[in-house]
Design a protein around this ligand. Structure first.
Ligand SMILES: C[S@@+](CC[C@H](N)C(=O)[O-])C[C@H]1O[C@@H](n2cnc3c(N)ncnc32)[C@H](O)[C@@H]1O
Length: 306
């Protein structure tokens, strides 16, 4: 066990390799020792390390199970059935990595060199997974949530929510390469809607409301074109989400694509000053790229809906 733990602790950097290696080692320690053999009070320190690694790697589902087992050791209370493989065996649940090597390889196998621009995401799937992990952390869920991912692409971000126990729907334009649908199937993302967002047109309606609406590397605002959305178009979109798609305590997380060109002698990442002015109060100062989180109540304030 020490050898496996050492391999985790020797990985201080948070690159792709370290992410997958550390996650796999932590899963191995659990499955080899605790899933089969149960836990003792003397395991507390190791369980704390595992819980910390899983939290750090956004494997919240695994972290939740380890933390529950730790708590039951500390309090002497029984272990919840949700943490057991089945109640008759009494064996602790077997854990899984956030994404298996098999799944990663199945996605990479779909790559062929004459595919369109976005095919680079297939070949570099593992690197993209680690990139999107940052979005997942920044758009963090505080409770088990219903999630809609807009402009989903390969579906990496909604997959992370799904693996961590949230319910997930995805949305993208119909005209994506057929391989994107195959990737979603590999990732188990079954609830997909084809829809094109158009400025000043209402979004498609769903039979549920969402606690979290994520939009990562946004393109539907035509960010690279001259008809890039201005603040009025954004206001229309936000009002529609507010009125028809968000739950009362829900939020929308907007991860902007960068324009990054000089306008009137200034670099405006969001292209126009009015867009910066609109979103600045809701920008996450710690985000890697420009990203805003607006709760339903923020949208109501912004649009003076009270
Ligand atoms: C840069 S990709 C980002 C994919 C994914 N969210 C990620 O972060 O890896 C932009 C996505 O937005 C989708 N998209 C572009 N225009 C759209 C529109 N008008 N309505 C809905 N989706 C759109 C594209 O098909 C593509 O999947």
């Amino acid at each position: 066990m020490n050898s496996l733990l050492g391999q985790m602790n020797n990985n201080p950097q948070f690159g792709g390799y370290y992410f997958f290696a550390s996650n796999d080692k932590a899963v191995s320690v659990w499955n080899i020792y605790f899933h089969r053999g149960g836990v003792f009070r003397s395991d507390t320190d190791i369980l704390k390390i595992l819980a910390g690694v899983f939290r750090h790697l956004s494997n919240d589902y695994n972290a939740g199970i380890v933390e529950h087992v730790l708590q039951s050791l500390e309090t002497g209370n029984g272990i919840d059935e949700a943490c057991l493989d089945d109640s008759s065996s009494g064996q602790l649940r077997r854990l899984h990595p956030l994404i298996s090597e098999n799944r990663q390889n199945s996605v990479k196998d779909l790559y062929h060199s004459d595919g369109p621009f976005y095919f680079k995401y297939l070949r570099e799937f593992d690197d993209n997974f680690v990139r999107v992990l940052t979005d997942y952390r920044e758009a963090s869920a505080v409770k088990t949530s219903s999630v809609l991912d807009i402009g989903t692409g390969l579906g990496i971000l909604p997959y992370m929510y799904l693996q961590n126990g949230h319910s997930v729907k995805t949305l993208d334009i119909a005209d994506v390469p057929k391989e994107f649908g195959l990737v979603r199937a590999i990732l188990g993302l079954q609830d997909h809607t084809e829809f094109t967002i158009v400025k000043y047109e209402a979004m498609v309606r769903f039979d549920v409301r969402f606690d979290i609406i994520t939009c990562s590397q946004i393109c539907f605002n035509n960010y690279a074109d001259d008809d890039c959305w201005r603040s009025d178009e954004w206001r229309f979109f936000l009002k529609d989400l507010h009125d028809n798609l968000l739950t009362e305590d829900g939020f929308v997380w907007l991860g902007f694509n960068h324009f990054n060109q000089e306008v009137d002698g200034r670099i405006l990442e969001l292209r126009y000053q009015d867009i910066h002015d609109l979103f600045e109060p809701y920008m996450d100062p710690d985000a890697t790229y420009k990203a805003a989180r607006l709760h339903k109540s923020d949208i109501a304030d912004l649009l003076q809906l009270h």
